[in-house]
Design a protein around this ligand. Structure first.
Ligand code: SOE
Length: 388
């Protein structure tokens, strides 16, 4: 019989809901999982309480009590970004394993403190939900780069574009200082660059832009998720609120070894609902992935006489995750199950399928985000070494 572990979820928006389903699925999909996660308690923000209750949770409103409850072994932080720091620090102090939604924090200083506190307790899990690491296509891409399949990397292009940030979208915390596009979407693209290539920018120059300078306070619309879904459909409500963060960011950078790259992220690219991906150009070939075609990795082998891209199905035996039938396509919920599964493996002292993002990884992303802001504020190239 697998050992059980009591999981408390903090926050019941989109992430909290997806995670609750995933923990329940872990030991059904992965019957070999050494630890069985058991849903214990959920803290909900006032706007989430009703939905949580309807889905069967005994929703709690005292955050500290949920975190420090002696019955809880593992805290999953699915709260708005600005609430991560406090919740994580309290959870670590109370001796709980911690899984935190990205971005880890709002500032580099917070991220550094969170990382230091976590690393002082190596017996506890510290993991961050850079979810796209758990997609088999990216596990495969990483493996090809590790094997040096196509030689030296010359150029990289990353993008994470969505389209829900138009002028009718009401204000939510995602438009406040803690919720910008770079932290929300760019952080995934930065982590993916590191995950697949093993490299982080060493120098960069960036531009950030806010197209829509103020948005209507949704008032009665309620939660962040509801606000997004509504897209102003209920007509004008409340006051106009100043937007404090970027709608879009562009970065140019250099990598160790001489490669150059670019990264773009926006919430204003109509038609790209969740277009996240990368193109990596090496001396002797290329690798490309795009969430729009999530189960496939595109590979270009320049040594083959017949030039052209191969579109390789990554969701099949031997590529990464056990127990699914070949070609039965993966989606976001499956990646979340994988993430929760691998957290259990790591806690049990077993190897995860592919490395989980640690607080240290997320701290490095925060350093890059800080460098981007500084580059744009000062209109200059910056060295990453000055931000760590
Ligand atoms: C919204 O932009 C969002 O839910 C992000 O917050 C997630 O990190 C991303 O995976 C999907 O889009």
């Amino acid at each position: 019989m697998a050992k059980t572990l009591n999981v408390s979820i903090l926050g019941y928006g989109m992430m909290g809901t997806v995670r609750a389903v995933a923990y329940e699925a872990v030991s059904r999909y992965y019957t070999n999982c050494p630890i069985k996660p058991v849903l214990y308690q959920a803290f909900t923000l006032p706007v989430e309480a009703e939905a949580a209750k309807e889905s069967g949770w005994d929703a709690k409103s005292d955050l500290d009590a949920v975190i420090t409850d002696p019955g809880c072994d593992y805290v999953d932080v699915c709260l708005p970004n600005a609430m991560h720091y406090d919740a994580v620090m309290k959870a670590l102090a109370a001796g709980k394993h911690v899984f935190c939604e990205k971005p880890l924090s709002v500032t580099v200083d917070e991220a550094r403190e969170m990382m230091t506190a976590a690393e002082a307790k190596p017996e506890l899990l510290n993991a961050v939900n850079f979810i796209y690491r758990r997609c088999p296509s990216n596990v495969y891409a990483r493996q090809l780069v590790k094997e040096n399949k196509f030689g030296k990397l010359l150029e990289a292009r990353s993008f994470y574009n969505q389209s829900w940030g138009g002028p009718d979208t009401p204000y939510s915390w995602r438009f406040g200082k803690a919720g910008g596009t770079l932290g929300d979407l760019g952080s995934h693209a930065l982590d993916m660059l590191y995950y697949v290539t093993g490299m982080r920018p060493i120098e960069l120059c960036a531009m950030q832009h806010t197209h829509i300078k103020e948005r209507r306070d949704p008032k009665t619309v309620g939660s962040d998720l509801a606000a997004r879904m509504n897209r102003g459909a209920d007509g004008p409500q409340g006051e106009m609120v100043k937007v404090e963060t970027d709608d879009a960011t562009r970065i140019m950078y250099t990598l160790p070894g001489g490669a150059i790259g670019s990264l773009e992220c926006t919430r204003n690219a109509w038609g790209t609902e969740n277009t996240h991906g990368y193109e990596l150009y090496f001396e002797n070939g290329a690798i490309a992935w795009n969430y729009d075609d999530v189960n496939y990795l595109k590979i270009y082998d320049a040594s083959k006489p017949e030039r052209g891209w191969s579109r390789v199905l990554s969701n099949r035996g031997g590529f990464a995750y056990p127990s699914f039938a070949d070609g039965h396509m993966y989606g976001y919920r499956d990646f979340t199950v994988n993430a929760c599964y691998e957290n259990m493996l790591k806690i049990a002292g077993a190897d995860e399928v592919a490395p989980i993002a640690t607080f240290r990884d997320a701290y490095n992303v925060e350093c890059t985000i800080e460098a981007v802001r500084s580059s744009w504020e000062n209109r200059c190239w910056v060295k990453l070494a000055d931000f760590t």
